[in-house]
Design a protein around this ligand. Structure first.
Ligand SMILES: NC(=O)c1ccc[n+]([C@@H]2O[C@H](COP(=O)([O-])OP(=O)(O)OC[C@H]3O[C@@H](n4cnc5c(N)ncnc54)[C@H](OP(=O)(O)O)[C@@H]3O)[C@@H](O)[C@H]2O)c1
Length: 311
């Protein structure tokens, strides 16, 4: 589904199609999309797309600031007293992009916000979960299930592992130790760019008809971590990166516990290990109507961010 063409003229025209275009253009300006997690990787990429197409939107952040020229409002998933603030700041919010809190048991945090949003006139929610998260699953699937139970317009985007992890979570060990440690063994992943997840979110938020389904969001190529090292990192960095230093689920749990709660760390290590048995590769072969295939590649990301991994 391609995004609508943008009409830059504010002048009404007499033809029916121009009139429709004019009304749709004005709707973009009048109604506001709220981007939770709007200062993050996906949220900021989405903000860029909405900005370029003339949509009105508001970003949430704990500090209440966002990169210029975007407008932000203070909001914290762990402070329910901040949940009304976006709607007090802008009474025209009718769609919400949901990046859930960085915690394991998120549903008690998110449900009250969804309820407030509905009471303030929100008509559509677009949420981000993961390929491995089915409705009802803890942590993110409970929100998915709640949207289904409410019967509201919604879309759930289920991305695979992000390409950008190579430049964030995996960056220090690649740079300092020439190593990618994972429990994924030689399983393949259709790594996806946050730019493509944002593009899918843009469509889900701005399409005239709500998608009302969940879709897997994947990248255009499959790589194991070994292959990423051999064919991409080594060539670009001019040195040998360690071939997917193998970790057991227990070792990965211990590593993830450095920045996540024990239950979340164990969950993430289990999910990562699914890669080994083709648990991520299978989404590459999903039917066309169940997936959104991005166009940005891991190769392109590694080439253009070379400096991140230089010693
Ligand atoms: N990385 C992967 O491979 C992967 C794969 C599949 C799915 N996902 C999902 O992607 C999501 C993360 O997306 P992302 O990487 O685009 O985000 P991100 O770059 O990690 O940014 C997180 C955002 O959440 C906001 N935030 C953090 N704590 C908050 C709090 N207490 N209250 C309100 N906002 C808070 C931050 O805003 P401020 O700091 O400004 O408040 C920031 O905008 C997670 O749900 C994750 O499960 C990730």
């Amino acid at each position: 589904m391609a995004p609508d063409k943008v009409n830059n003229s504010d002048k009404p025209s007499t033809s029916a199609s121009s009139l429709r275009e004019h009304l749709s253009h004005n709707h973009r300006k009048i109604m506001t999309i709220l981007i939770t997690g709007g200062t993050g990787k996906t949220g900021l990429a989405l903000a860029g797309l909405l900005h370029d197409s003339g949509y009105s939107f508001l970003i949430t952040s704990r500090k209440g600031t966002a990169p210029a020229p975007y407008k932000a409002i203070k909001f914290d998933w762990f402070k329910p007293e901040t949940f009304e603030a976006p709607f007090q700041s802008d009474s025209n919010i009718d769609k919400v992009f949901l990046i859930d809190p960085p915690a394991f048991d998120i549903f008690p945090r998110v449900k009250p916000f969804i309820d407030i949003a509905l009471s303030r006139g929100v008509k559509r929610f677009v949420g981000l979960t993961t390929t491995q998260t089915n409705p009802k699953d803890v942590p993110l699937g409970k929100v998915h299930q709640y949207l289904l139970d409410l019967g509201v317009d919604y879309a759930i985007l289920r991305p695979t592992w992000f390409i950008e992890n190579f430049g964030t979570d995996l960056q220090p060990s690649i740079r300092d130790d020439d190593e990618i440690a994972s429990s994924g063994e030689d399983g393949k992943v259709p790594f996806v760019s946050v730019k493509d997840i944002a593009a899918a979110a843009f469509i889900a938020l701005t399409a005239e008809e709500s998608l009302n389904k969940d879709i897997f969001v994947i990248g255009p190529n499959l790589y194991s971590y070994d292959e990423a090292c051999i064919s991409l990192l080594d060539d670009t960095l001019g040195r040998l990166t360690w071939r997917n230093s193998l970790r057991t689920v227990e070792e990965q749990t211990e590593m993830f516990q450095q920045f996540l709660s024990p239950e979340y760390a164990a969950h993430l290590a289990r999910v990562e290990h699914l890669i080994a048995d083709g648990g991520e590769e299978k989404f590459f072969y999903e039917s066309e109507d169940r997936k959104y295939v991005g166009k940005h590649t891991l190769a392109e990301y590694i080439e253009s961010n070379r400096a991140l991994w230089m010693k």
